[in-house]
Structure formats: structure tokens, C-alpha cells
Design a protein around this ligand. Structure first.
Ligand SMILES: [Cu+2]
Length: 302
């Protein structure tokens, strides 16, 4: 008889236990582990928070901004072939902006808002990272570096970025667009719903026009390999010239970073050298490809 009572109590207790979705949780009481790392034992996390250290090359905080970004399956519905998405795919801010991101997860699973490519002397592993497991909200702050650059923002949980949870954040004018941003840039591997077996030639022929010239073409076309020999030598030449010019520019750039600690100067120098190197290389490769086209058309005339 006792056994029946115990069993009935157990069954009753189990049926009362809520097995429904987790309730929305605001992760405002996280433990500060230092170095911008905050977390609680309930799935809320901030990494790379920086509320007061100016990045090298910033004289002051240029602006203070707050944004709310939502993450969830429902935001992917307008992008065929995706499963997850943020509610916005593109952000743009002035260099040296102090940015607070309120990140809201609307799914019952784990999502992140992870920004990459930040200067590593200030942000551990070059990352700023917000994370919420299950429905809830977490907020974090960072100070954006100077210069025009496009940063990748994504969810790093396996397959979440590949399935749509990807965005870009432009500082200043930004740099080249990133590929496969849902609704913003061309997909590197466009989805095919025809049911036919994959053919590389057909995919190349049907590829959507690439809006940005810097977006890599998914499949090399036979035409480009025909001019290949000249393009190859041109590229290695521009790289060498670019590196040489980069070294020449370095002492001039050093003047701009007076009064900074040696670590900050080195980091800021590397950042600017990289930027100018990129600009020089793209400028020179532009000239080379133009002269290449001129030669080709001249030889056709002959
Ligand atoms: Cu995710």
C-alpha cells in the first residue's frame, strides 16, 4: 500500500514539473571575472567588454551608441535555405564609438553575437562576445577602433553561421563587404532547389552577378586561367612593392602615435600598416589588371 502511495506521489510530482520552454531571463547579475569577462551559471556571458580603454589612434570617444539585436529562428524565414538569423544583418558606426549591444535570444537554444578582427592588444583573441542560452537578454559594451574596416559578426555555435546567423559591422566607411551575409551580399555557395545533380560548369554559368568586385568568385572560370600567366607575375610583383612601401610608410605613421604606450604604438602601427598595404595593393593590382586588358585588346587588333 505504501508503495502505491509513493508511486502516486512521484507520478503526481513529475506531471506537475514544468517541461515547457524556459522563461525569458535577463542576465543582469553576472559575475565579473576580470579582463572584460562576465558570466553567470545560467547561460549568460560577455567576453571582451571594454567600457573605458581607448583603442590606439582614438583621441576620444567619438559617440555613444546603444543597439538591440535579436537572434532567433523566426528571423531566418525571409532568407531561403537558412535556419537562424539576427534581426539585422548590417551595422555601421563612427570610428572610436562606445557601443553597447543589448543581445536578445528568442530561441530555446544557445546563440551568440560574436564580433571578430578587433585589435588583440585590447580585446582577447580580437573578439567581443555576447552569449545567451535560451530565451533571455545580455548586454555588453566595447569601444570600436579607429579606421575604416568591416568586422564579421556571427554566432559561433556549430552550423549557426553557415545556416544564416551572420552579419557585418562597418566602422567608418567600412572595407570590402563580407560574402554570404543574408539579404546583403552574394552567397559563396548559392542554394539550388532544382533537384538536379551539382555541375560546377552550370553553377559558374548561373552564378548571380557579384555586386562587389572584391567578393571572391565561387568557381574559377576557364577565361581567367587563360590570362593566368600574366596575372600571376603581376600579383607577386605588387605584393613585393606593397611590402616595400609599407616599410617606408611606417616611420611617418609613427609620428601620429605620440604619447601612447609602446604596446599601443606597435599595435596601432601594425593596424595602419596593414590598412595602407591593402590600399596600395588594391590600387596597384587595379593598374596591372587595366594594363593587362589593354595588352589583350591590342593583341586582338593585330
Ligand atoms: Cu546561434
Amino acid at each position: 500500500m505504501d508503495k502505491i502511495v509513493i508511486l502516486a506521489t512521484l507520478v503526481g510530482a513529475l506531471s506537475v514539473t514544468p517541461v515547457s520552454a524556459k522563461e525569458f531571463q535577463n542576465h543582469t547579475n553576472m559575475m565579473n571575472h576580470g579582463d572584460g569577462h562576465l558570466m553567470d551559471m545560467d547561460g549568460g556571458m560577455v567576453m571582451g567588454q571594454n567600457t573605458d580603454t581607448l583603442p590606439g589612434g582614438c583621441d576620444k570617444i567619438a559617440a555613444t551608441k546603444e543597439i538591440t539585436v535579436r537572434a532567433g529562428h523566426k528571423f531566418s524565414e525571409k532568407f531561403p535555405g537558412t535556419m537562424y538569423a539576427f534581426d539585422q544583418q548590417e551595422f555601421q558606426f563612427e570610428p572610436c564609438t562606445k557601443l553597447t549591444v543589448h543581445f536578445i535570444n528568442e530561441d530555446d537554444i544557445r546563440h551568440q553575437w560574436m564580433m571578430h578582427g578587433l585589435p588583440k592588444y585590447l580585446y582577447p583573441k580580437g573578439m567581443f562576445h555576447l552569449e545567451v542560452s535560451g530565451p533571455g537578454e545580455v548586454s555588453g559594451t566595447l569601444i570600436l577602433p579607429p579606421g575604416d574596416k568591416t568586422y564579421l559578426v556571427h554566432c559561433d555555435i556549430a552550423q549557426h553561421m553557415e545556416k544564416g546567423m551572420k552579419a557585418q559591422l562597418k566602422v567608418g566607411k567600412g572595407a570590402e563587404d563580407l560574402p554570404s551575409i543574408p539579404g546583403v551580399t552574394t552567397s559563396v555557395f548559392p542554394d539550388d532547389y532544382s533537384g538536379k545533380p551539382y555541375s560546377a560548369e552550370e553553377a559558374a554559368a548561373n552564378a548571380a552577378p557579384v555586386t562587389d568586385s572584391s567578393t571572391p568568385s565561387p568557381v574559377p572560370t576557364p577565361a581567367s586561367s587563360a590570362n593566368g600567366a600574366e596575372t600571376d607575375t603581376g600579383l607577386s610583383g605588387t605584393t613585393v612593392i606593397g611590402i616595400a612601401l609599407g616599410f617606408l610608410l611606417a616611420p611617418i605613421l609613427a609620428k601620429r602615435y605620440k604619447g601612447m604606450s609602446p604596446g599601443e604604438i606597435v599595435a596601432a602601427l601594425i593596424e595602419s600598416a596593414k590598412r595602407s598595404l591593402k590600399q596600395i595593393v588594391s590600387l596597384l593590382s587595379g593598374i596591372f589588371s587595366k594594363s593587362g586588358t589593354a595588352k589583350t585588346s591590342a593583341s586582338i587588333k593585330k
